[in-house]
Design a protein around this ligand. Sequence first.
Ligand SMILES: NC(=O)c1ccc[n+]([C@@H]2O[C@H](COP(=O)([O-])OP(=O)(O)OC[C@H]3O[C@@H](n4cnc5c(N)ncnc54)[C@H](O)[C@@H]3O)[C@@H](O)[C@H]2O)c1
Length: 448
Amino acid sequence: MSKTPLRARRNGDRGPAEVLLQRIERRTAHVSVIGLGYVGLPLAVEMAQAGFTVTGIDIDEARVRRLQRGDSYIQDVPTREVKALVKSGKLRATTDFSVLKKCDTVNICVPTPLSKQRDPDVSFIVAATEQVAKHFHRGMLVILESTTYPGTTDELVLPKLRQTGLEVGKDFFLAFSPERVDPGNPQFNTRNIPKVVGGVTETCTQVAVALYRQRLETVVPVSSTQVAEMVKLLENTFRSVNIGLVNELAMMCSRLGIDVWEVIGAAATKPFGFMPFYPGPGLGGHCIPIDPLYLSWKARASGFEARFIELADYINGQMPEHVVRLCSEALNRSGKALRGSRVLVLGVAYKADIDDVRESPSLDIMEKLREHGAKIEYHDPFVPSIAFAGKRMKSTALTPTTLRRFDCVVIATAHKGVSYSAVLRHARAIVDTRNALKGKRSNKVVRI
Ligand SMILES: NC(=O)c1ccc[n+]([C@@H]2O[C@H](COP(=O)([O-])OP(=O)(O)OC[C@H]3O[C@@H](n4cnc5c(N)ncnc54)[C@H](O)[C@@H]3O)[C@@H](O)[C@H]2O)c1
């Protein structure tokens, strides 16, 4: 992709693209981010650290108030950094969308959940786009970052912005750039994860690439918004399908009396052509359990059945029930039934060392155990309380005495700070869904 067409005209008739590009390169552009969650807040902070004046917009008043005080609510974003940026005036937060009138760029980072029927719920994208359209102006760059089905930017966002009478690629610029952030990952973050960008026109791509290049280490332009949208769905479908495969293998190995963890560990010694994925209690978080279904929905609408995606979703969805069966097996060894037993679920965050419980399979396991008549408590060093069975439940402290109080402990998330040797020493029966007790042999442990 060449930058020549934009640069060549710099000294003559400066169109909106040249003006915006210059503002971006001089970092005088006013940047905005809609949706200040796990994706939007780190991005807003990076852009402010690049030297842009950044305004974050969110409908959640409590979040906005905390940011205005310089207080971070996202684990990977240190309060110290937010405070410094707020103090210097580089970062602001508001619930007032009219600020968009003064913004040169806007990144949309709102949620994309599933509806009750497990179809894409793009209502947050639609609501955010309507706000952008309301305060739209010539020269604006709009980038959608929310994960969504291929075609969303062109079919949903573009028509709303075109209604303003402005022309894409000339008067305004529109692109899609998938967010790949991995909360809790100490090595990869918003800044050093390569950023894929696809614009509606080549100029749209150039302007969007220029914005990200001011701060992000690697930017990867692609030929269209649809390709950029599909990249993210390929990545997450790849994970979902491979996890589905090892989950099926784990259930198979359990029937055949083979240790699936040992099998995967040995297979992973192959230096080429194999990538290890691990079984677990089910998929969680706002991405892997949801995103592939955006793709299968879109494929279905075009008369194509995405069978790998549907099968992986089915198998991964069976895992909480499988864990409940393992729990029954563990209790059975000491002549106990699930009904009336006290079960401690260890870890409710959907993955290790984070505080996010969205779509967490632990909650599903807890609910199923409760339906079987078990008395449930949980421990999670990152999650002090959760909504469970219509009430607020607090995390139970993890001590030798409390561990001995339970008939069974289910290790559902392998947070690093937990002493699993203490769990092994004091718990009466254990279901280990994460191989947290790797290499430790004991009759009281049932592994996935
Ligand atoms: N969490 C992740 O690890 C991750 C990683 C990659 C991609 N994504 C994708 O990024 C998108 C955002 O996910 P997230 O985890 O940051 O969500 P989040 O729930 O943490 O944050 C979304 C924010 O958007 C706000 N919001 C909702 N509707 C709004 C509106 N109309 N206007 C303004 N603000 C609004 C919410 O109040 C919330 O603060 C999703 O599409 C998700 O699939 C998430």
